[in-house]
Design a protein around this ligand. Structure first.
Ligand SMILES: [Zn+2]
Length: 480
């Protein structure tokens, strides 16, 4: 049994065979930086982080690219409203996004290309599409992708030239002259879409020169240009939320395969822009679609402000299979907190028992976890494996079967699994020196059998927000 993923392109679960193993190119559509990201966005980014971490666990050398869309319709509107410069406005939200990503313990992607740094590549792709007769400049000055011409260019362009690879589309009702200028449109509106948008007064100072006059790129061409610039014209994995499958990802395929990529080659019919497309499902919050008016709209920073940690949010966001709609609730976050403390407590006891002993990783946990995750990243089964393991370790710790070597070996296995889950240890907090001094005075009082004094000191320590616990290795301080 090997690693399998559900590929939206073929609508089936397939063996994962990268183009040039052990290298794996992974692209995930990143944020559009016009506001703070909400937890629905972050479900996708945590999912991408999990895919990357699991591929690394399986021995692949992953190049993880996540773009930052820093020019797009919504951004232009907000820049126009605030009067800020594009760079100032998007810079602020990019920084906030990266801070949130870090607080969720997501590994930084290897490349974080900004769309505005790849305008030349976009122009190059559009130029080739125009040369091939697949794109055309309309009377409004903008350049559009012609779906009709693309679908009928198979004989000479070489590519599959199939519009509707990710979703089934019905072309019978389409009027071939229909065009859409906005970046977002729905499936009932299959229409020629904008590659290059001619400058209009509302764009303010946001425009670039091009062979078709001043303007700015459409959103879809941005991802085609950035992904191919960093991962090559064909690469292994493209991820995103399921709402991006159409039109965004469908348009990415059409632009990339229709142009022959940045190298501009004539492609064989079997060659694909991306081999595997993975789409993460929607997130509901308290059983409903997230909305500001319902009061269930959460950003990562709101939840941190309510006292939840990044690792609690992370573990809840990745508790369900990525293709299942998941209901995120505050009660669920409380549940994550207690689940994590069960793991932390068990790992802490193993660490204590191992007492610095080093041993090779025990196979049991790793094998069961791998079997679960190989199955299209079945993380809910992965969690069940982890909690079975916690129960077994606790049992062995109590029954006295757990010696230092066994504890070290289970600990080593846990550390490998946790490199995938990315929970990290519970952040430890060192007690300040005055509390340590109180704890030492209390230990001295106990030794001298002055229990009144030792109890008084315990109360004093508690009042300062710390708890002193007596362990076989002496007293320990933890946050109370
Ligand atoms: Zn994208």
């Amino acid at each position: 049994m090997g690693l399998k993923f559900h590929n939206t392109l073929t609508r089936s679960v397939e063996d994962f065979v990268p183009l040039t193993p052990p290298a794996v190119g992974l692209y995930c559509c990143g944020p559009t930086v016009y506001d703070f990201g909400h937890i629905g966005n972050f479900r996708t980014f945590v999912f991408a982080d999990l895919v990357r971490r699991y591929l690394e666990f399986r021995g692949y050398q992953v190049t993880h690219v996540m773009n930052v869309t820093d020019v797009e319709d919504k951004i232009i509107r907000r820049v126009h409203e605030t009067g800020e410069s594009l760079a100032e406005f998007t810079g602020r939200y990019t920084d906030a996004f990266l801070a949130d990503l870090g607080s969720l313990n997501c590994l930084p992607p290897h490349h974080l290309p900004r769309a505005t740094a790849h305008i030349d590549g976009m122009i190059q792709l559009i130029r080739r599409l125009v040369e091939r007769g697949i794109a055309y400049q309309a009377a409004d000055g903008s350049v559009y992708f012609s779906i009709d011409r693309y679908r009928h260019s198979e004989r000479w362009a070489g590519c599959a030239c199939q519009y509707g690879q990710l979703v089934n589309l019905n072309f019978d009702d389409q009027r071939p002259t229909e065009r859409v200028a906005s970046d977002e449109y729905d499936k009932d509106n299959v229409a020629d879409f904008a590659l290059w948008k001619a400058r209009v007064p509302d764009d303010g100072a946001v425009f670039w020169p091009s062979p078709w006059g001043e303007g700015r790129p459409g959103w879809h061409i941005e991802c085609s240009a950035m992904s191919m610039a960093l991962l090559g014209d064909s690469f292994d994995l493209h991820l995103g939320g399921e709402d991006l499958a159409f039109p965004h990802h469908e348009d990415e395929i059409a632009q990339s395969e229709g142009s022959g990529g940045l190298a501009g080659e004539i492609w064989s019919k079997n060659r694909r822009f991306v081999k595997y497309w993975l789409h993460g499902a929607h997130l509901l919050v308290e059983g409903r679609k997230m909305s500001k008016s319902l009061g269930n709209f959460h950003t990562v920073r709101d939840l941190v402000g309510r006292g939840f940690s990044g690792r609690e949010i992370r573990s809840l966001l990745m508790s369900a299979h990525y293709r299942e709609t998941f209901n995120f609730t505050l009660a669920g976050l409380e549940g994550s907190r207690s689940d994590l403390s069960r793991i932390d407590e068990c790992v802490g006891k193993l660490r204590e028992r191992a007492a610095g002993t080093v041993a090779p990783a025990a196979p049991g946990l790793i094998e069961a976890f791998t079997e679960a995750m190989d199955d299209d990243l079945n993380v809910s089964r992965g969690w069940a494996v982890v909690f079975d393991w916690v129960r077994e370790q606790n049992r062995a710790l109590i029954s006295g079967e757990m010696d230092a070597t066994r504890a070290a070996s289970e600990l080593a296995a846990w550390e490998r699994v946790d490199r995938v889950l990315g929970l990290g240890g519970k952040p430890t907090e060192e007690a300040p020196p005055e509390i340590v001094a109180l704890a030492e005075a209390r230990a001295a009082a106990k030794l001298a059998k002055d229990f009144a004094r030792s109890d008084a000191l315990r109360v004093e320590i508690k009042a300062a927000g710390w708890i002193v616990e007596d362990t076989p290795k002496g007293p320990k301080l933890k946050r109370g």
